[in-house]
Ligand binder design. Structure first.
Ligand SMILES: Nc1ncnc2c1ncn2[C@@H]1O[C@H](COP(=O)(O)OP(=O)(O)OP(=O)(O)O)[C@@H](O)[C@H]1O
Length: 274
C-alpha cells in the first residue's frame, strides 16, 4: 500500500510495524484523563503513552484539544480559572497531580517551548542563564558552561557566540526559537513539550528546527503539537490523532500516515476535513 504522506525512511527502519517495542520506555503515561473548562468537556478519557527518546506528534483539527493536552502534561493548563481535571498522568514513577509533587519540580523535568518565540528582553546570555540562576547557580564559570552547552545543543552557538551580550530581540525569528529551545535545555529537562514550535517560522528556519528536534531526541523525549502533516510525518516516531477532545488513533507515525485504522484519521491526513 502506498504511503498517504511520505514519512522519514529512517524511522520506518527503526520501528517498522508496531508501537509495542519492549526496548522503548514510557516516560509519560496518561490514564483516563478528562479535563473541563467550566462546562466545556475539552479532553475525554485520554489514554496515551509517551515513549522515551522519541518524538510524539499530536495532530488534529483546530479546537480538538491538542494544546490543552500538551499543557496538561506540565500542569500549565491549571493557570486557567475553572479548569477541572480527573484521571492520572504518570511521569516516570510519579503521579504529576500528587500533592507532594511540586509543580516547579515537574516543570524542570518537563520543559516547554511555545508557538511564538518568546525570548526575554535581555541579552542572549541572560536568556539562557535565567533558569539556572533561578535554581541557585551563581558561579560565573559554571553559568558560562551551561550557556555554551545549551546553545550548542540548540544548534545556534556558532551563530551567536560572538554576540552573547546583545539583546535577544536582535535575532531572527528562527534564531529566537532556537534560543528558546536553548533556554529550555539549560534547565536540563527530561521531556520537551513543543506547541507548534515552527508555525511562526519561515521554511528555512522550520527546517533547522526540525533537524534540531531530530537530534534532540537522542537525549530527550519530545512531544510536539503540529498542524503540519508533512512535519509530523517527517520528524515524529509516534502520532496521536485527536478529534473533539478524544484520541481517535495512536500508532507508529508511518502507520498513521500509510494505513490508518480509523476512517476519520485517513480523512484528516488526506485533507478531507480540518
Ligand atoms: N483558556 C481556555 N478557557 C476556556 N476554554 C478553552 C481555553 N483554551 C481552550 N479552550 C477550549 O478547549 C477546547 C480545546 O482547545 P485547544 O486550544 O486545546 O485546541 P487545539 O486543538 O490546540 O486548537 P488549535 O489547533 O486551534 O490551537 C476548545 O473548545 C477551546 O475553545
Amino acid at each position: 500500500m502506498s504511503l498517504l504522506i511520505k514519512t522519514n525512511p529512517m524511522q520506518q527502519q527503526q520501528s517498522p510495524f508496531n508501537t509495542n517495542e519492549s526496548n522503548k520506555r514510557v516516560v509519560l503515561q496518561t490514564r483516563a484523563l478528562n479535563l473541563w473548562y467550566g462546562e466545556n468537556h475539552a479532553l475525554k478519557n485520554i489514554n496515551l503513552p509517551m515513549t522515551e527518546n522519541e518524538v510524539t506528534a499530536i495532530i488534529g483539527p483546530s479546537g480538538c484539544g491538542k494544546s490543552t493536552y500538551i499543557k496538561t502534561l506540565n500542569r500549565m493548563v491549571e493557570v486557567v480559572p475553572n479548569v477541572k481535571i480527573s484521571g492520572e498522568i504518570q511521569y516516570r514513577d510519579r503521579n504529576i497531580f500528587d500533592k507532594n509533587y511540586l509543580v516547579e519540580e515537574l516543570r524542570t523535568r518537563v520543559g516547554m517551548v511555545f508557538q511564538k518565540p518568546n525570548p526575554f528582553p535581555k541579552s542572549i546570555f541572560e536568556n539562557v542563564a535565567y533558569g539556572p540562576k533561578i535554581h541557585g547557580i551563581r558561579n560565573k564559570k559554571i553559568l558560562k558552561e551551561i550557556v555554551e552547552k545549551s546553545l550548542r545543543g540548540a544548534a545556534i552557538w556558532d551563530e551567536v557566540k560572538d554576540r552573547l551580550n546583545e539583546n535577544a530581540y536582535g535575532l531572527s525569528g528562527g534564531q529566537q526559537q532556537r534560543l528558546c529551545i536553548a533556554r529550555c535545555l539549560a534547565i536540563e529537562p527530561d521531556v520537551i513539550l513543543m506547541d507548534e514550535p515552527t508555525s511562526a517560522l519561515d521554511p528555512k528556519s522550520t527546517l533547522k528546527v526540525e533537524e534540531l528536534i531530530q537530534n534532540l531526541k537522542e537525549n530527550y523525549s519530545i512531544v510536539i503539537v503540529t498542524h503540519n502533516m508533512q512535519q509530523a510525518a517527517r520528524i515524529s516516531d509516534k502520532t496521536a490523532f485527536f478529534l473533539n477532545g478524544e484520541v481517535v488513533e495512536y500508532d507508529d507515525t508511518n502507520i498513521i500516515f500509510s494505513t490508518p485504522n480509523d476512517k476519520r484519521t485517513e480523512d484528516y491526513i488526506t485533507g478531507r476535513f480540518g
